[in-house]
Design a protein. Structure first.
Length: 139
C-alpha cells in the first residue's frame, strides 16, 4: 500500500512548498505507526522532509517507554523525532486531547512544518463518538 496522487494533491494544498516539512504525530499504536511508514515511503519518493512527534501525557507509567520506542524506530528510519511532555497532566480524556493538540501544534510551528498528520482507526472515531454521546454531545 502507498499514498497516491490524491494524497499528493492534499499535501500540496496545505503545504505547497516542497521544502516545508510535514509533521506526523506517532503514539506507537498500530494506526500511527502505519501512517508513519506510509508517510516515510511517500516522503522518500516525493523528496519531502518529515518530523515526528510523540506526546507523553504522563498519565500512564508506560507512556515514557512508548515514546522511547517511537524514538528508536525513528532513529532506525533516519527520521527527526521529538517527545513532547505534558507538564500539567490532568486525568481526563478531554484535557489530555486538548493538551496533545496544543503540544503538537506548538512543536509543528517550531519545527517549521505547516501540516501535521495524525492517525485514527475506525475504532478511535467510534470511541470518540460514543464518549461525546455519553456527554450529551452528538457532533
Amino acid at each position: 500500500m502507498q499514498f497516491g496522487p490524491d494524497f499528493d494533491a492534499l499535501i500540496a494544498r496545505f503545504t505547497p512548498d516542497p521544502q516545508t516539512k510535514i509533521a506526523i504525530a506517532v503514539s506507537g499504536g498500530s494506526d500511527s505507526v502505519a501512517l508513519l511508514l506510509l508517510a516515510r515511503a511517500w516522503a522518500q519518493r516525493s523528496e519531502r522532509k518529515l518530523c515526528v512527534f510523540t506526546v507523553d501525557h504522563g498519565l500512564r507509567p508506560e507512556a515514557k517507554d512508548e515514546a522511547k520506542w517511537v524514538e528508536a524506530l525513528c532513529t532506525r528510519l533516519d527520521l527527526e523525532h521529538k517527545t513532547l511532555v505534558w507538564a500539567d497532566p490532568k486525568p481526563t480524556q478531554n484535557a489530555a486531547r486538548q493538551a496533545r493538540y496544543t503540544l503538537l501544534c506548538e512543536a509543528m510551528w517550531e519545527s517549521g512544518a505547516s501540516t501535521i498528520l495524525v492517525g485514527h482507526t475506525q475504532d478511535d472515531v467510534l470511541e470518540t463518538a460514543l464518549m461525546r454521546r455519553r456527554r450529551g454531545r452528538h457532533q
